[in-house]
Design a binder for this molecule. Sequence first.
Ligand code: 0RA
Length: 669
Amino acid sequence: MISMEDKYDEGTIQVLEGLEAVRQVPGMYLGETDNGEALHRCIWEVVDNAVDEHLAGYNDLIDVVIKADGSVSVRDYGRGIPVGIHPDKGISTAEVVMTSLHAGGKFDNEAYKVSGGLHGVGVSAVNAVSEWLLMTIHRDGKIWQQEFREGIPQYDVKEIGDSDKTGTTIHFMPDLQFFSNVTEFEYDRMDERLRETSFLNGGLEITLTDEVSGKEKISHKYEGGIAEFVRHLGERAVSIHPEVIRLIGAREDSDGKLVEADIALLWSDAYSEKIQCYTNIIRNRDGGTHMSGLRGSLTRTINTYGNSRELLKKVGNLSGEDIREGLTAVVSIKHPDPSFSSQAKDKLVTSEVQGIVESIVNEKLGEFLEENPTTGRMIIDKAILSSKAREAARKARDLTRRKGVLEGGGLPGKLADCQSRDPSECEIFIVEGDSAGGSAKTGRDRRTQAILPLRGKILNVERQQKHPAKVFQNNEIQTMIRAFGAGVGNRNHDDDEDLGDDAPDSTELDDGYFNPEKLRYSRLIIMTDADIDGAHIRTLILTFFWRYMKDAVTNGNVYIAQPPLYQVSRGRESRYAYSDDERDKHIAELTADKPNAKIGIQRYKGLGEMNPDQLWDTTMDPEERTLLKVSVDDALEADNMFEILMGEDVPARRAFIEKYAMEVTNLDV
Ligand code: 0RA
């Protein structure tokens, strides 16, 4: 017989072994600890458990509260974690759930076949990184409670009152020894993620209350689930058919396990394609087999339909790209045992899913089109338009190529090239205006630094999608293409992916599409004035890169120069400041010994105000300068950003700039 004390010791030892591992390397279990990812993951872990109760059919409300002291509580109205003694462990199941990694009981439960355990690491990991955690359970007519400090139970689960409800509340205070930089819960981040969760779980209501700011409680509930989600994602564009197309189906895989797919499609007049993919409610940023399944079957089904209705007689079969132009889609699959390419679950690799999704889309979309011929016709017409526009763009590009404007034909006259021919050490400054260009030419290191002055504003390529020829006729754009020497136009990588190992190696291709391997400079540095006009020109250049030389961005070749905003001087001593804070710091330091010393502050309005030496010292000297590297973590978000910043939707642009004014000036780099 084990005495009560012995049993408790056993429990304690287990806590130390299980949760200590999380405390040793929290990043391995919860994601990055220095950017808020792991901190917020703590909330998602608890919320995901509450969502599991919803999926099991027992819960339709989750209340999330940011408490005034910085802790967070998550309450659900599910069954409540079982409080009875766990048959193997001899302690309350609720304590087991909170103290052992991959808590017991849950995995054997039929109800959790799809969701349970496929979510991260469980609530015990949250307990491990919490200064304290209070668990309150309503179950079996009673209220039960247990408190933990640094993961260690402070007492056995105890009864504290009667209740006619069921459900669980997890209230925890993150232990800040594990988190840095972002150490407070961020309302917007939580709102965004909780909204996504309720979109993906139609009918589930999730509320968010912020007692820190005192904002009014908000509630997310979408009866229409992902149908409402695609409307939300595509809300800036005008949809070309009235109803969201919803395809729902399930198939058994070869092991007899059930795989479910829920897909929502909406075509709009936009140019880009937005497909968001989820497996068991977890976002897969890089798509995977569910994404390929959808793409493949869309192409097949739409062409089959178009041919059967004799709509494609003039144009022939449509390409996948043409069919997907303007498409917003959400693909949500449920799989009992999925595999991903990485811990972060960014890409689903379970290969059978491709065929399953294809089969469901073929069947359900085929049926939909038969029943809704008007919508079918609209989708086909839109794809035919895309195909014609793409053809016009290709012709425009080829015509310009044939004239030798883009390759060969020598380097542009305006370019002050560098001496080295080794791209890895070469960089090119794309400079706004001739006068700044002059200073840059004089100040540079002519061995490795080339200068390309651009005159005035370059064309907004985002607005030329109907007139692609204009892009190639634009002088400033031609000049850049020739100077970089790496072709132009984004090759369609989706098709490479479909080809698998048979995809041509991009270095072998000589079709004039942009190829970063051919760049004459490894760094393309945009250097514009530190004012609104400069920011606008920078955005125009970035938009051109994104739409016509995307791989320069994804390959990490694109940089933004950081000229100083101020020169602060006292007597002969002068310093540069790159922000208002830095300016104030310099002023404080320069007047430390003599508070009323005379200080000169020059604000640089443009690069042209700096002489060549100053420009070199502050902005171009590789030993001293700071460059921002433009990186795009999420191509969908970048597509959105460019659409908003450079597109025709003026109110959306104003709202975006007001909301993200800071990020826009720093351009999210
Ligand atoms: C283990 C087993 C069951 C439910 C849960 C855990 C559970 C965990 C959490 C965490 C937050 N909210 C939760 N709600 C439930 C199954 C319960 C049963 O079979 O009665």
